[in-house]
Structures are given as C-alpha cells and as structure tokens.
Design a protein around this ligand. Structure first.
Ligand code: AMP
Ligand code: ZN
Length: 138
C-alpha cells in the first residue's frame, strides 16, 4: 500500500528520481541527500509503513537481510572501516520522514562524525532493573 503525499512512497516507487544503489520488487536503496558520511544510504520499502510498529514481519525480515547485503558490498566498494545501522521511530527519537526507513551509514577512521544516539549511561540499582524487567515482561 502507498500513502498519498508521502515523499518516500514516491521515491521508492520511482515517481521522484533518486540516486538508486539497489532495487527489487519490494525495496529501493537510495543515497541520503543529507549524508552523515560518504555513502550514507537509506533502505526504503516500496509499501508504506509509518514506522517500526507498523512494519510487517515479512518486510522487517527483508530489511535486515538487505541491510546485511548492502553493508557487505558498500564496505568493500567504499573501503570504510565500520558501519552503523540506524532506524528512528517517532519525533522524539529523531524521525523526520514518516515512512519506515533504515539508515546505512559507512564509518571511516577519523570521520569526526558524532552519532546522534550516543548516551550518558545511567546507574540503575538491581531493584530498579527488576522493576523495569517486570514492567516489560509482566
Ligand atoms: P530520519 O530522521 O530517520 O527520519 O531520516 C530521514 C533522512 O531522510 C535524513 O537523513 C534526510 O537527509 C533524508 N532525506 C530526506 N528527504 C530526502 C530525499 N528527498 N532524498 C534522499 N534523502 C532524503
Ligand atoms: Zn510512504
């Protein structure tokens, strides 16, 4: 299913041109227009899902399979030193385009790029951890 007025639906389905690295029946992989590093790309499903919560199991499995494949090829071709997979859900988590996408970010020694999802580690005690464990599993 596509969504009216969704820019990534239009790009994924070829209505808006993009620098495409890969395409099949279900996905298009494009170069990001505001790259965090050389080769930063996005996996776009051709069907519309707002985010991870909406994603079908089948598409989710396909995304991870394709991410692995793309990371392998891109690492070889770009000679990068590492790789980040980033996937944001909801405005508070940094999502700006509300069509599910997976970021493929090649990393280079000394690229100076700060990855936004760095954090200050908390110091929960065992009691707090247990409370949270119960919230999630209960
Ligand atoms: P997010 O913040 O996770 O929603 O990521 C959105 C990403 O889409 C950003 O990295 C943008 O640079 C990128 N982006 C937005 N519009 C376009 C476009 N038309 N073509 C390629 N990348 C885009
Ligand atoms: Zn869409």
């Amino acid at each position: 299913m596509k969504k009216e007025d969704c820019i990534f639906c239009k790009i994924a389905n070829g209505e808006i041109p993009s620098k495409t690295l890969y395409e099949d029946e279900k996905f298009r992989v494009i170069l990001d227009l505001g790259p965090a590093a050389k080769g930063h790309a996005l996996i776009l499903p051709k069907d519309h899902f707002d985010n991870l919560y909406e994603l079908s199991d089948e598409t989710g499995a396909g995304v991870m399979k394709l991410a692995r494949k793309m990371a392998t090829v891109m690492t070889e071709k770009l000679a990068c030193d590492g790789f980040n997979l980033v996937q944001n859900n909801g405005e508070v988590a940094g999502q700006t385009v509300f069509h599910f996408h997976m970021h493929l970010i090649p990393r280079y020694e000394g690229d100076g790029q700060r990855i936004k999802i760095g954090w200050e580690p908390g110091k929960p005690d065992q009691e707090e951890l247990e409370e949270i464990r119960k919230m999630i599993t209960g």
